[in-house]
Design a protein around this ligand. Sequence first.
Ligand code: ARG
Length: 464
Amino acid sequence: MTERETPLWSGRFTRPPAPEAAELGRSLSFDVRLAPYDVEAGVAHVRALEDAGLLTAAEAGQIEKALREVGDQISAGTFAFDPADEDVHSAIERGVIRRLGDVGAKLHAGRSRNDLVMTDLRLWLLDAEDRIREVIERCALALLGHSRDHAETVMPGTTHARFAQPVTLGHHLLAHAWALVRDLDRFGGWRRRASVSPLGAGAMATSTLRLDHEATARRLGFEARFENSIDAVSDRDVVQEFLACASICATHLSRLAADVARFSDESLDWVAIDEAFATGSSMMPHKRNPDVAELARAKAGRVLGDLVAVSTVLHGLPLGYHRDLQEDKEAVFDAADTLEAAGAALAGCVATLTFHPNAMRRSAEADGLYATDIAEALVTSGVPFREAHERVGKLVASLEADERSLRDLSAEEWTAFGVPNGAELLDAARSVRARAAPGGPSPDSVRQQIEAIERALGARGLKK
Ligand code: ARG
């Protein structure tokens, strides 16, 4: 084998891999984004080797310098990759050896790409989660802003996308915000479990070199070191759980986006999407389409696909490292990138929405919205709910047959029906105020919810 074609593991081989085998195994094109983390992990490992007396301070310093130079070259795009480099870990180690010869060849003692790749990936994921959290918070803050402005704005609440009962716009928007608060909390729980260093687990059974894994974990900013070396290199639950959190969050963004698209539909016209977050049609000159909302809506499928891909790779896989596990990275990179991009665009789209309270108020005049209030008025005067439901249902049906509505009922008819103040009940502002219980749609409840969400976000150190 020529020097250039030789993989780092070539000692017991006589021939290089077939080109198509090398091609299938090569992950450099996507795992190169782990390079900065691979350098940090390398530096922490070098210090562990030094502490164990396996490197002199001078050697450790040389290797650290070489690692950082290689990292800088990779990020500057000037690093000379070798066709034999399977992955970013091989490439970086080879770069160090190329610079330092025998001293560089000491770097990989007591570590394996199996523990290294998980160390890099955990570090990458923890940073990605910071970015994702930031965009989720931006979406939540945009919703809070509108909710503050529209604590009293009435609109029809819907079930089955049909008008159901009056609510406040603030209440509706906060339903989305609460989901995002839970997403942040879910990612927070993931973070505690993710912040564990696998470095030193080696290929699967640690090493005989007496390295201090705890010090390595601390150097890398992890909360803890691995508890079991086989677990440290075998499991990918950290990836799977990240994808599950991402998938749930993408689903929430998708439903928020669906509401933005629906509310801006001209049949409702409850909201206008800012030009910066709308698109035109190539053929129809008048169009202003909600493409950002539609794409944010659609991306949830892709993120779920990433979770399914990784879960499928993992299920049935015996313990220990298998090359199957290399398949985790493209999925998790894709999910994180997708969620970050969709979240950022949707946050901007939501922040710049202009709601149309008058259109919402007009929609909230639909008298069917008050049928439940009327049934509850009968309940208050002692009528069993089932009977009240039946009586109001019949009333609505007979009015419909006569092409009349609840609004056409005279005072006498209301009295005869058993709800003397019936006409007053057909009022959205009154209806939402009457639902005064915490967690309900009343303006007071909306304001309480805003404070509670602000506290929840504040507890996460969010600046308003
Ligand atoms: N590139 C591999 C991965 O991403 C790590 C290399 C481990 N390779 C091996 N043959 N043990 O999972």
